[in-house]
Design a protein around this ligand. Structure first.
Ligand code: HEM
Length: 454
């Protein structure tokens, strides 16, 4: 019997000594990562000179990586860079038994009954943020959604809130940090050590972020108040093994994790939903009709959300067409088998949801915003495992998935009943990939919705 040799994983063209693939990544990282799908189920790129990152393109292999190989993988480069912000002892950067323990500590905050409690706070924030808009005002919608998402996360984490000046600082620092993390993923590590203004700003923002959160945590702890937010829960939590309360450093790290993990992601999806509603008046009208039918004149409540099925499809379609993930990484701890390949220890693996969700072989007419595709049950059930991964899969699957869906539904159901956002003429909007994929600037004009007209 003859054995057929497996061809090695190809390497994408264009790598340079010292720089790896930094040039095509800096030129247009999304186009570069998307082009990698043309090289087959897996392809090598160099983020760090001399070290290969295998970008996995095929759904079945992505699933193998996220689920089957999970115990044999560490989190890899993306999370190492995020870890510079999270502080190294948070859930996101933890592996093995440490990850399981930390996930258990946070999980109660994301139980269904807890999320139900947060809806009032989320709705209040959406009403408050949009309450400052004026009819005819042109808004930077991406920035407005970052503000709203951060406000929603902070309100649910701290429950009692953080003062407005600290909030402003938090928002500014998060923006610097998220851009910095995006650049650090693409550039060789030595660039971080150069005395550049960007590196200085990143370090200052990181220190300031921890200081603001640290103060809020200490204040709440000192007040002895049980506010019912996620933070109160973390303050009450005990380490499973030692029975001790969590240390202040870890609590701050987890709060930063939630603020970072739950802000840009949600903000981008919300901004894209508003953009697509403006571009697709038929979708906009159907959504408003559904809100009218289900809610009447009432504000949205947690119990309404399962009945807002079209809203669910609109958000799901935004998670498909405009996914925020462009390079989610892992690293092999030992040698592993991925499909036909044997991958050596210490290899970086990655996948790109943004490109995966736009693959024409999986999603017909992939660039069309079509919420109805999710109503086609036969098609949906026929999607291969690993083809649609809005919240990832396996043991690192997003802990905030239900929270995020509830938050986005609450925000959209609240905002669009008060406002109709129009696209400013002549503006082009494109996706840009920093730490997450987000719209470049998104300027829209706010038009007040007359009572009873939606
Ligand atoms: C539209 C919104 C969101 C999207 C698209 C999203 C997406 C994801 C994805 C794909 C992962 C898995 C990453 C991996 O495979 O390593 C993840 C993990 C995570 N997400 Fe989200 N997320 C969203 C919102 C949130 C929110 C609102 C929170 C918290 C308030 C959150 C907290 C986390 C945390 C802590 C993890 C790490 C889980 C672990 O490693 O065990 N996310 N998210």
């Amino acid at each position: 019997m003859t054995t057929v040799a497996v061809p090695p994983i190809p390497t994408a063209p264009g790598a340079l000594p010292l720089l790896g693939h930094a040039i095509p990544l800096l030129r247009d990282n999304l186009a570069f990562v998307t082009s990698l799908r043309d090289h087959g189920p897996a392809v090598g790129i160099q983020l760090q000179p001399g070290r290969t990152t295998v970008v996995v393109n095929e759904p079945a292999l992505i699933r193998t990586m996220l689920v089957d190989l999970a115990p044999e993988l560490d989190k890899g480069r993306f999370f190492e860079k995020m870890g510079q912000v999270f502080g190294g002892d948070s859930l996101v950067t933890a592996a093995g038994a440490d990850h399981v323990r930390k996930r258990r500590q946070l999980q109660p905050a994301f139980r269904r009954d807890e999320i139900a409690q947060y809806v009032g706070l989320m709705r209040e924030q959406a009403t408050h943020v949009s309450g400052n808009w004026r009819p005819g005002q042109t808004l930077d919608v991406r920035e407005a959604m970052v503000k709203l998402s951060l406000d929603m996360v902070i309100a649910t984490v701290f429950s009692s809130g953080v003062d407005e000046r600290a909030f402003d600082r938090l928002r500014r620092d998060l923006t610097v940090i998220m851009s910095g993390v995006g650049a650090r993923i693409m550039l060789p590590d030595w660039v971080e050590r150069l005395p550049l203004a960007a590196n200085r700003r990143f370090n200052e923002s990181r220190t300031a972020l921890r200081a603001v959160i640290g103060t809020a945590v200490r204040d709440l702890r000192a007040s002895g108040r049980g506010t019912g937010g996620v933070l109160s829960m973390l303050l009450r939590a005990r380490d499973q093994e030692t029975g001790q309360p969590l240390g202040e450093h870890q609590i701050c790290s987890e709060v930063i994790t939630l603020a970072v993990g739950g802000t840009e992601t949600t903000a981008s999806v919300l901004a894209w939903v508003l953009y697509e509603l403006a571009r697709n008046p038929d979708v906009d009208e159907r959504l408003r009709a559904e809100l009218g039918d289900v809610l009447g004149d009432r504000p949205v409540a947690f119990e309404d959300i399962p009945r807002l099925t079209y809203l669910h499809d609109v958000i799901t379609e935004a998670l498909r067409l405009h996914h925020t993930g462009w390079l989610v990484t892992r690293r092999t701890l030992g040698s592993v088998r991925l499909g036909d390949w044997r991958i050596p220890a210490g290899t970086e693996l990655a996948y790109c949801q943004h490109a995966l969700h736009r693959d024409a072989a999986l999603f017909p007419d992939p660039l069309r915003f079509d919420p109805d595709r999710w109503r086609d049950t036969a098609w949906r059930e026929g999607l291969p495992d690993g083809a649609f991964l809005p919240f990832g899969a396996g043991k690192h699957k997003c802990i905030g998935d239900h929270f995020a869906m509830t938050e986005m539904a609450t925000a959209i159901a609240t905002l669009i009943r008060m406002w109709r956002l129009r696209l400013a003429p002549g503006r082009s909007v494109r996706p840009e990939a920093r730490a997450t994929v987000r719209p470049s600037t998104l300027m829209m004009t706010a038009q007040q919705v007359n009572a009873g007209s939606c």
